[in-house]
Structure formats: structure tokens, C-alpha cells
Design a protein around this ligand. Structure first.
Ligand code: NAP
Length: 475
């Protein structure tokens, strides 16, 4: 029998859809799942595509069904299970075979797994896949990290299954070992910020302006035709327009306000902090999800302090236009921060991450896909060495145009007692970033006072400590 071009382990939501996508694009694929009953169920649902799928009951049979050097996608529960699966698989593989972890791994685990296989003749790819169930089935955005040689082996299959933006495939080799999973992590960090900012605008409209879910949904629908056009705005409209079949009320009004999180947002923040790169909007978004989960404490606090929410009043301007532009300005800050973190990591780990390519493969297939990413692609292509997205010529114009709206919206929300942590942190990021002389001179003086940490002087003179001791001159 003709051997399969690729193998896949793990027929859960993502693995099953990815396998059907691979088969649909004309590739022969071998599949294996820990529980064979699931494999049988999957084959029964595969329809005509079953002809190109080889269902395997044992690992031995699975490995023998794939053409060497064998690329094997592992799409199972992240963490420990991946290590267990790799241990089980390893004895059956031969020199040149490639294990590919396509789950949401921490890139530090990916580097460790890559090193574990380094001297065995086997190799490892850490592959970020974004787009959820729908993306896996019809075209995800794929971020690959590993050796160039192993990438060459999988490139044709991955190119065939990836999403396309104007015929450009949304898949790329981004660098060695953990590069792909790191980029996927930051993708998710940006996604957290994007979602939080949208939710804050929704909160202003609901609590500060008394708009109904459908009124807000209609507004998001119109914004989706403009500069905010994106998958997240599109689904926000759909979510807000949906009715609960049980109560007949807007579905969103029936959902408990506790946001879940699986870890990629937190990892983005940890890595940004490790490198000393500010990612304030992403940090605010992760913290906001944590605060949202403290429902019982928030209920007690509301009884104690009252809601203190006043009507949202903008000083001049058109409310809807200002909210749209404010969201756009804040979005620029979040993306600028995410790209700055990737730029820092590229240097720290000698990855040489290609920023225009990253923006390019996020234009379709993934959760943060948008027209906006095409503009980021163009900005980084024209200015590959830009220190920050917001100082590229095209984005500096957009920031100047939209920042006044963000300022008005944040000011009005703060006055009304409406929480806008991500929007506010985006605003203060801009304000701090463009301030040539900030207030850290005082911090340096304090540090020197209590810890003799020293400071640099603005006149360049060689006195690095202040006159803090008793008897020193004072005003
Ligand atoms: P899922 O539906 O929960 O499927 C889990 C799969 O993992 C099943 O095939 C299960 O096999 C297998 N599994 C669990 N523990 C195992 C072990 N110890 N050894 C071998 N197999 C094991 O998960 P999913 O949503 O497809 O997610 C898979 C990966 O993709 C995760 O890393 C996830 O974070 C990532 N991801 C998910 C999404 C999404 O939207 N869902 C998007 C991007 C990335 P059994 O059938 O035998 O239990």
C-alpha cells in the first residue's frame, strides 16, 4: 500500500480537523489516537476523505505507514502528555524522522524537547497552530520552529493546508527550536489584549451609555466595515446579536462574567518581564481575566463600596466615532508591544525572527487575523529596523490621528468609574514612550539615597552619588 506523506497523533478537536484538512488537500495521512475507539469514530465521520486516511491501532503500524523521513504531528493535550507520547514514539523511529508538537506548548519546553532529541538522529519541530477548530479544518495560520532541513520536509504539506491571504500561504519557518511556539505565544498575548479592549468598549456602551446587546452588536457590525475590520470584531457582532434559546434574552447577557485562561497570555507577560520589555496592554488583559474570575470577592466589594458608575460623558466629539478610534489606537499599542517582545526574544535567543513574515502569516487563518496586519506587514517591510511599530511613518500618522480619541474615552471612563485597564495602559504606554524626559530621575535619586545604587548625570560629569548625608546642602 502507498505510504502516507505525514502522520498525526491525537484525534481530539484540533487533530481530527487538521487530519481532514490534510487529506482534503490531496495528502495521504496516517492517524493514531491513544484510544482506538476514537480513531474508529473519526474514520466513520471522514466520508470520502477516508480513502486518503490510514487509521492505525498500534504505534508500530502507524510508524510503518509513513514515508521516511517521517513527519509526525503530535496534537494532544499540552504539557506532560506530550513528553509521554514522545517517549512512547521514540523507539519506533529512525534517523531523520521528525516529531512535531503542534499543541500550545511553552517554548521553553519546546527547546528542552528539541535538545532531548538532538543527538539521537531524530529531530523536533515546535509548531504553533492558530485558528481554532474552523482554522484547523479549512486553513490555519502556522508558525514553525526547527531546523531548516526538517522544515523543507514538511513545507509542501503545511503550505497546502494553511490559510491563504491573497494567495499567500499563512505558514512560515520562523527560526530554530522554540521560535514557532514563542511567536504563537505572543500571538495569543496580543489576542488577550485585543479581546479585553473590545470587552472594555462593550462595557462602556452597556454600563455607561445603557445600550442593549443588539444595539452594541449593530455598532460592531458597522465598525467591521472600517479600519477595525477583523475576525474578532466580526465574531463580537455575531455574539452580541445571538439570542439565548432558553430565555429568549441576548445570549451574552446570560453568560457569567468570569473569563477562563489556559496560560499563553500569562507566558507572554512572564517572557516580556524576563526581558524587561513593556507589554502593558497584554499585562492588563491577563490581570483583567484574573480579576474577572474573583466573582465572589467582586460581589462583596460592590455591596461595600457601591457601583459608583456614572453616565459616560465625552468632552466633545461623536461618541461612536471616538470609541471606534480609541479602540484602534489601543490596538496599535497592543500590537506594537507584542512585536517589541518578539524583537527582544529574537535578540535574546539569536532567532533572527522575521517581523514582516510574522505579520504576513497572521493576516489570515488565525484568531487575530485582520486587514490591520497587512498594514503592519507593509510597515515592517519598509522599515525592518524600526525600534517600535509606532515610530514607523505609516503608524505614527495613525497614532497621531487616533490618540486624542483614546485620551477622551479613557478620561470619560475613569470619571464615570468604568474599568478600562487595557485601554488606559495603552494610553499611558504612548504617553510614556513619547516623553523624552520622564520622572525616573527621582527613582534613581531614591535608589541612590537608600542603597547607594548611583546614577548618571544629565551633564555627563563624573559624580554618581547624591549629597544625601547629614550636613549636606539643602534648599
Ligand atoms: P482535545 O480535543 O481535548 O483532545 C485531546 C487529545 O489528546 C485526544 O486525542 C486525547 O486522546 C489526547 N491525549 C490526552 N492525553 C494524552 C496522553 N497522555 N497521551 C496521548 N494522548 C493524549 O484537545 P484539542 O482542543 O484538540 O487541543 C490539542 C492541542 O491543541 C492542545 O495543546 C491545545 O492547547 C492546542 N490548541 C487548541 C486549540 C483549540 O481551539 N482547541 C487551538 C490551538 C491550539 P484520547 O482520545 O485517548 O483521550
Amino acid at each position: 500500500m502507498q505510504q502516507a506523506e505525514i502522520g498525526l497523533i491525537g484525534l481530539g478537536v484540533m487533530g481530527a480537523n487538521l487530519s481532514l484538512n490534510i487529506a482534503e488537500k490531496g495528502n495521504r495521512i496516517a492517524v493514531f489516537n491513544r484510544t482506538f475507539a476514537r480513531t474508529q469514530e473519526f474514520m466513520a465521520e471522514a466520508g470520502d476523505l477516508a480513502d486518503r486516511i490510514v487509521p492505525c491501532e498500534t504505534i508500530e503500524q502507524f510508524v510503518a505507514s509513513i514515508r521516511p523521513p517521517r513527519p509526525i504531528i503530535i496534537m494532544i493535550k499540552a504539557g506532560e502528555p506530550v513528553d509521554q507520547q514522545m517517549e512512547l514514539l521514540k523507539p519506533y523511529l529512525e534517523k531523520g524522522d521528525i516529531m512535531i508538537d503542534a499543541g500550545n506548548a511553552n517554548f521553553r519546553d519546546t527547546v528542552r524537547r528539541f535538545d532531548w532529541l538532538k543527538d539521537t538522529g531524530l529531530t523536533f519541530i515546535g509548531m504553533g497552530v492558530s485558528g481554532g477548530e474552523e482554522g484547523a479544518r479549512h486553513g490555519p495560520s502556522i508558525m514553525v520552529g526547527g531546523t531548516e532541513e526538517s522544515w523543507k520536509r514538511v513545507e509542501p504539506v503545511l503550505t497546502s493546508i494553511s490559510a491563504k491571504f491573497n494567495n499567500d500561504p499563512c505558514v512560515a519557518w520562523l527560526g530554530p527550536d522554540g521560535a514557532g511556539h514563542f511567536v504563537k505565544t505572543i500571538h495569543n498575548g496580543i489576542e488577550y489584549a485585543d479581546m479585553q479592549m473590545i470587552a472594555e468598549i462593550y462595557g462602556i456602551l452597556r454600563d455607561g451609555l445603557g445600550r442593549s446587546a443588539t444595539e452594541i452588536g449593530t455598532m460592531f457590525g458597522s465598525w467591521n466595515k472600517g479600519r477595525l475590520n477583523s475576525y474578532l470584531i466580526e465574531i463580537t457582532e455575531k455574539v452580541l446579536m445571538a439570542a439565548d434559546p432558553e430565555s429568549g434574552k441576548p445570549m451574552v447577557d446570560m453568560i457569567l462574567d468570569k473569563a477562563g485562561q489556559k496560560g499563553t497570555g500569562k507566558w507572554s507577560v512572564i517572557e516580556a518581564q524576563q526581558m524587561g520589555i513593556p507589554a502593558t496592554a497584554i499585562e492588563a488583559a491577563v490581570a483583567a481575566r484574573s480579576l474577572s474570575s474573583m466573582k465572589a470577592e467582586r460581589e462583596v466589594a460592590e455591596k461595600m463600596f457601591g457601583k459608583e458608575t456614572a453616565r459616560f460623558e465625552l468632552a466633545g466629539g461623536n461618541v461612536e466615532a471616538d470609541l471606534e478610534l480609541a479602540l484602534f489606537a489601543a490596538k496599535i499599542a497592543a500590537y506594537a508591544q507584542g512585536f517589541a517582545v518578539m524583537s527582544g526574544a529574537s535578540e535574546e535567543f539569536s532567532w533572527n525572527l522575521p517581523m514582516p513574515t510574522i505579520a504576513k502569516i497572521w493576516r489570515a487563518g488565525c484568531i487575530i487575523r485582520s486587514q490591520f496586519l497587512d498594514e503592519i506587514t507593509r510597515a515592517f517591510t519598509a522599515n525592518p529596523d524600526a525600534a517600535n511599530l509606532i515610530v514607523t511613518p505609516a503608524f505614527s500618522v495613525m497614532v497621531k490621528e487616533s490618540l486624542p480619541s483614546l485620551r477622551r474615552v479613557v478620561a470619560a471612563a475613569v470619571t464615570a468609574g468604568l474599568p478600562v485597564p487595557a485601554l488606559a495602559s495603552a494610553l499611558t504606554y504612548f504617553d510614556a514612550y513619547r516623553q523624552a524626559r520622564g520622572s525616573a530621575n527621582l527613582i534613581q535619586a531614591q535608589r541612590d539615597f537608600f542603597g547607594a545604587h548611583g546614577f548618571d548625570r544629565i551633564d555627563g560629569k563624573d559624580f554618581h552619588h547624591g549629597p544625601w548625608g547629614s550636613g549636606a546642602a539643602t534648599f
